[in-house]
Design a protein around this ligand. Sequence first.
Ligand code: GLY
Length: 368
Amino acid sequence: MGAGVIGLAVGWRAAQRGLKVIVLEADTGPARRTSAVAAGMLAPISETLATELPLMRLGLASVQAYPEFLAELTDATGMDTGYLRCGTLLLARDSDEAEALARELSLRESLGLSAHRLRASEARRLEPALAPTLRLALDVPDDHAIDPRKLTAALARALTAAGGEVRTNAPVAELATAECRVTGVRLVGGERVAAEQVVVAAGPWSSSLDGVPEGASIPVHPVKGQILRLHDPSGPGLLTRVVRFSGGYLVPRGDGRYVLGATMEERGFDTTVTAGGAYDLLRDAFELLPSVTELVIDELSAGLRPATPDNAPAIGPGAIEGLHWATGHFRHGVLLTPITAQMVLAGLTGEEAQAPEFAPTRFATVAA
Ligand code: GLY
């Protein structure tokens, strides 16, 4: 269930292994919601927090899997995924932010991760468009980016080429079970789709699936992010690396297009876009990259990050037989796509779990 990056990648891997795969998508096309809005940073070193070491390790494993995953995807489809090995700069505007960056640096150094302190002048040599008021930067050369819209288009094609099916306009009404095991799903409209195994990859909608026995569900709630898409009419070059700062990030696509994100808002399933959201993003970006005001606005949109109570994903078999989860990826869905597909496939084919700390059963209040 769910034709975002995660659902499509799981479906592709499962179809490659010879399983019969149907990806059910409630919307009119694959990846119309969360995945289409995501910026696409592959940034385990710069985006995960010091308190989230297992998640950082999972992200590092996924980022290492990415090049081969994409090579296979391109072989299967001939499609570009917008993967940009651009590196990331973390930026500080004042002494408080500089101190926070220094703390982040020492943690990454202690883990042997590649991150280097740059004086403002050094950072401005690398990225001349940065403001002279910059205080300090960290260079994180191994955190890159990808275009999630291109990635989902390629995954949808690869899934179909491997023998899988994507059914759009197919909202699931409920999970069907008998004697405590999954037998398929029932669609809104009544149609039954029989299946021995069901993978829930429905992002922030994952916990609203009817039919899941009480205590076997995953508590996922939406965290809204407003995000701007812009382009530079004079072409590429204004910024070549991802930049992150307190309040947001700016991701170059390498062709003069940029993504400026993102707000963090607890507003349920509301996806309206607001002047205040756009203002906050532009104000923060302007302080560090004044020429952001020259860019043309192409789109302001809002997506919903799927967050669990511990901000970590739920990946693998759940508390009832035949039910698998690939949800709760919060800020890291695009990053964690290859590793999630690998872990869910392991569960579908009966292999042992690879990362028990992300087991969905940690939320279950019924026995597996
Ligand atoms: N990973 C970027 C975001 O969630 O805004």
